[in-house]
Design a binder for this molecule. Structure first.
Ligand SMILES: Nc1nc2c(ncn2[C@@H]2O[C@H](COP(=O)(O)OP(=O)(O)OP(=O)(O)O)[C@@H](O)[C@H]2O)c(=O)[nH]1
Ligand SMILES: [Mg+2]
Ligand SMILES: [Zn+2]
Length: 336
């Protein structure tokens, strides 16, 4: 079970579901988009005193963090596309998003994600999850963040813009090829100061930890380190090539287990041990995933370089892994 949220996810107002403190309940007629409710019924919605809609107390929340252009939007969009084709239906999990939100989301794709401010905080892409096993649906909130804000924010000014942070059930941190070392130049060079990028990456993870710690919110959290753009590793012999293709449908649990150690070894062999240790101070055990094929390199690599590149399209359905791990842990859906 997820624990109820202690804060409004958009500002720093603390709410108490037991006593109703700071919770404004309003009865609203369900609109034409209220797919779940029959026409003419009304629903109760809760708001914080600043007028922000509160997520249902049992909403599942995920946040995605990482360096600029590390593949966060691309990953979230692959999750969206996987849900659209009912990828997890065989496990008893479906999710849908409403039209207006989808259109707004598509508008932002392919651009650097907008930085949040206290006036305009990050908002979440919201899905309505249906679980075959449960009568009631649950909300799934995915918070996307801007890479350039993540690397700047120190643990004090991260508060205003990342107020949802302590409330997250899953924190996904992207690790792009640039954050690793000992790889051929055509795999990772962006003509940037890679040493600096790697320090920013580590500092970013540390800031997440500090802010969560300072909030004193107790919550069961999961941290997933997501290696992104793994199609670039197609010609790297130390990278397990089966991570670039869809998993066999059977024995999912066993496969997930063995992949964890393979990915950990690859990260550690390429200078990423310190990311593993730092992330493990947020939550243990750490979960790992290797994501590929969620986008194509355009201007990232030096011209002429085809990067150990995209021998194939990769397996973008693995973008669902962070959710899959959470669902398996919390018993949402069937995986045996
Ligand atoms: N080779 C390869 N490139 C990818 C993959 N996923 C994304 N990209 C490319 O990486 C670039 C950045 O992707 P975004 O998803 O916008 O990155 P972001 O992390 O949201 O960036 P910010 O919003 O600036 O923080 C784009 O050019 C994508 O096409 C992938 O799986 N493989
Ligand atoms: Mg983005
Ligand atoms: Zn609020």
């Amino acid at each position: 079970m997820t624990t109820p949220h202690h804060y409004c996810l958009r500002c720093e107002v603390r709410v108490n579901w037991l006593t109703g403190t700071n919770i404004d309940s309003r009865v609203e007629a369900s609109g034409p988009e209220g797919a779940s409710a029959a026409r003419g019924t009304s629903i109760v919605r809760a708001f914080c005193p600043n007028g922000h809609p509160l997520a249902p107390r049992n909403a599942i929340t995920m946040g995605v963090f990482g360096l600029p252009r590390s593949g966060k939007d691309s990953m979230i969009d692959s999750i969206r596309q996987s849900f659209a084709v009912d990828q997890l239906r065989r496990h008893g999990v479906g999710a849908e998003i409403d039209r207006a939100q989808l259109d707004a989301w598509k508008e932002t794709l392919g651009k650097a994600t907008r930085r949040a401010s206290e006036i305009e905080p990050y908002s979440a892409l919201t899905f309505r999850m249906e679980l075959d096993s449960a009568r009631r649906s649950r909300e799934l909130l995915i918070f996307n963040t801007a890479g350039d804000q993540w690397i700047e924010a120190d643990s004090s000014d991260i508060r205003g813009v990342h107020s949802f942070l302590p409330e997250l059930d899953v924190l996904v941190i992207t690790i792009p090829p640039e954050a690793l070392s000992g790889l051929p130049e055509n795999v990772q060079s962006r003509g940037e100061d890679l040493e600096r990028l790697r320090d920013l990456m580590l500092g970013g993870i540390q800031n997440l930890r500090e802010h969560i710690k300072a909030s004193r919110v107790r919550r069961k959290r999961m941290v997933v380190l997501a290696l992104t753009k793994c199609d670039r590793y197609a010609n790297i012999s130390s990278f397990p090539v089966q991570l670039l293709t869809p998993r066999p449908q059977r024995s999912l649990l066993g496969v997930l287990g063995s992949e964890q150690s393979q990915i950990a070894r690859f990260i550690a062999e390429h200078g990423g041990k310190r990311y593993l240790s730092m992330a493990a101070t947020i939550a243990k055990p750490l979960y790992l995933t290797a994501i590929s094929g969620t986008g194509a390199d355009d201007r990232d690599l030096p011209s002429g370089a085809t990067a150990g590149a995209a021998s194939g399209p990769g397996d973008r359905t693995r973008a669902l892994d962070p959710l899959l791990y959470t669902f398996i842990r919390d018993g949402l859906g069937n995986y045996v």
